[in-house]
Write a new protein. Structure first.
Length: 300
């Protein structure tokens, strides 16, 4: 369990850095950044896949496709779900949705806990339950105060739980499954990177014309590969509920990045962040307690 917790926390820190990095990649658009990010990520992810000896796992997944065609449809669905989230993550900081998307990541652990309970019958410890209740109160306050949530918030809240549940059901929650998700979205990514000229220039033209992008785009690929692999490892190593609760680390960092980029918490949102912050504190206390207990006595 320690390895899963560590992988989740490190991945969250890297994702927070990527969120802050997005505006620095202009004049690339959000779609172009998404395209370049995945194109730059796939060589490193492929190298990691081969180094870890999971090439055979990819072949096994392709054999399942040949034997059962609906499985191919499900792979396309998981790839689409992942692609939408990865696109939104790069698009939001450029279009004033950094805080709404961060809000979605705050609500995501609650959705993950519900999914874990309903689909996999996972159980939470007392402190985890209290942390979830505090976060739920915070989100209820925001829904009552604001009268609803932005569409970008709902995309995160609904899309990510569906993605992780589907991966577990299909037994593709591994590096091989993640690699296939990325490979299947590459045609769309290539179009965004080389053909999309909606902002007046293609992504390739913007990279050629901007010296800083010559090294920043490859750097984005390296750190993205590391973060995504760690995140996928955590989703496989941890129970879905605990994995979701640990995801509170990332939105805290995303909020910080959004504030550094100039977005501001609106008046009346303070109670939500206080309640969620208290939930995060309880979660940290629970994590410390779990680490002190003997391995056989730790909560699943």
């Amino acid at each position: 369990m320690f390895q899963g917790v560590l992988a989740s926390v490190v991945a969250s820190c890297i994702f927070g850095g990527i969120y802050y990095l997005a505006p620095l990649l202009q004049p690339l658009t959000g779609e172009q950044i998404f395209g370049w990010r995945m194109l730059m990520t796939i060589p490193f992810t492929t190298a990691w896949l081969l180094y870890s000896g999971q090439g055979a796992a990819v072949w096994a997944l392709w054999q399942r496709v040949a034997q059962h065609w609906p499985f191919a449809v499900m792979l396309l669905l998981t790839s689409t779900l992942a692609g939408v989230q990865l696109w939104l993550f790069m698009w939001a900081p450029l279009h004033g949705h950094a805080l709404p998307v961060s809000l979605g990541y705050f609500l995501l652990p609650l959705a993950m806990v519900v999914a874990g309970r309903l689909v996999f019958q996972e159980r939470l410890s007392g402190l985890q339950t209290a942390a979830t209740a505090l976060a739920a109160c915070g989100m209820a306050w925001e829904i009552w105060h604001a009268g609803g949530l932005a569409w970008s918030t709902w995309v995160v809240v609904i899309g990510y739980p569906a993605y992780f549940v589907l991966r577990r059901v299909l037994k593709t929650n591994s590096l091989a499954g993640h690699w296939l998700d990325v490979v299947l979205m590459l045609p769309v990514c290539a179009w965004f990177a080389f053909a999309d000229a909606s902002a007046g220039a293609t992504g390739w033209q913007s990279v050629q014309a901007t010296a800083m992008l010559h090294w920043m785009v490859p750097l984005l690929g390296v750190i993205s590969a590391v973060a995504l692999a760690l995140y996928m490892a955590a989703s496989r190593l941890l129970p879905l509920g605990l994995f979701g609760l640990l995801s509170y680390v990332e939105p805290m960092l995303l909020v910080l990045a959004a504030l550094l980029m100039g977005e501001r918490i609106q008046p009346g949102q303070e109670p939500m962040y206080v309640l969620i912050g208290a939930g995060v504190a309880l979660l940290a206390l629970d994590g410390a307690w779990q680490m002190r207990r003997p391995a056989g006595a730790r909560a699943a």
